[in-house]
Design a protein around this ligand. Structure first.
Ligand SMILES: [Zn+2]
Length: 289
């Protein structure tokens, strides 16, 4: 069963793409000494940091928004040859109960927007499918929202050579007339919007929800580990600008704590991906819903 939560009139559903091989905490957070993990052993699995590659479906005012698209079908040699499953999971969630036999319609056609929090490989993998070398969108009725600073950064010629996934999953969107380059805050619906929260990448953004007096956010990679809710200065080694990343994280956690936001973090373990930030003494703590 997919994990669901409601924020006002907005419904969010966690959809998991794949579970990559676990890593040493120091491989993911090179600046955090092993001893600092002592109080957070319960966020590790047998001492190892286990990430999950999740995304979220957000339903608002009759629109279906997919926030990030996972690692993709694979197999991924750099991730233990594992394969992704997001397209099937999304299709299962969106499958209408009275499935008409119209083969021209697929559940994925219900997705109106694909919103990318940022352009790392584990967040864009199911944008396009290939047949005979030709790309076609997996979500053919959707507009794909891409933050401009990430688009500019990841498509610099020297960088593009090193990132075949950008060439396959992002570049063709333009010619297919599916891409929308986003600058600054922008509304998706009256109750869902994107807001820049840079640092992890130059254009990293979060998806804010504000509906019927309740607030929440899909946080993208502001959070990789539950321990970062208590230790917001901890930064992933892959963060583009660590001080900016920490500042964006602190700001969001502070607001979330004060206003009782519901947060959704795709890299957290299933069952713990959606939660609230609560205060415990001088630290915050993650409380799964
Ligand atoms: Zn990520």
């Amino acid at each position: 069963m997919a994990e669901k939560a409601t924020i006002g009139n907005v419904e969010i559903t966690a959809v998991l793409d794949m579970v990559p091989p676990p890593r040493e905490p120091s491989a993911m957070f090179p600046d955090v000494p092993a001893s600092a993990w002592e109080p957070y052993q319960d966020t590790l699995e047998n001492g190892m940091l286990q990430l999950y590659y999740g995304a979220f479906l957000v339903m608002s005012q009759g629109k279906t928004i997919l926030v990030d698209t996972g690692m993709g079908p694979g197999p991924h040699p750099e991730r233990g040859n594992l394969t992704g499953n997001l397209y099937q999971v999304v299709s299962d969630v969106l499958q209408p109960p009275d499935n008409t036999m119209n083969t021209n319609v697929s559940p994925s056609d219900q997705v109106n927007f694909v919103v990318h929090t940022h352009l790392h490989a584990d967040h864009v993998g199911w944008n396009l499918r290939y047949s005979g070398g030709m790309p076609a969108p997996n979500f053919r009725r959707a507009r794909y929202w891409i933050p401009k600073p990430d688009y500019d950064y990841f498509t610099e010629p020297e960088r593009l050579e090193q990132t075949p996934y950008i060439q396959r999953q992002i570049i063709p969107l333009r010619r297919l007339r599916l891409q929308e380059i986003i600058e600054g805050p922008k509304a998706v619906t009256d109750e869902v919007s994107v807001l820049p929260a840079p640092g992890h990448t130059p254009g990293h953004q979060v998806v804010l929800i504000d509906s019927n007096g309740q607030k929440g956010a899909v946080v993208g990679d502001l959070l990789h580990s539950i321990a970062q809710v208590s230790e917001p200065t901890w930064c992933a080694g892959v963060d583009y600008d660590k001080s900016q990343s920490a500042a964006s994280r602190e700001k969001l956690l502070d607001q979330a704590e004060k206003e009782g936001w519901i947060l959704a973090a795709g890299h957290f373990p299933p069952g713990k991906q959606v939660g609230k930030v609560v205060r415990e003494g001088d630290k915050r703590r993650w409380q799964p819903l």
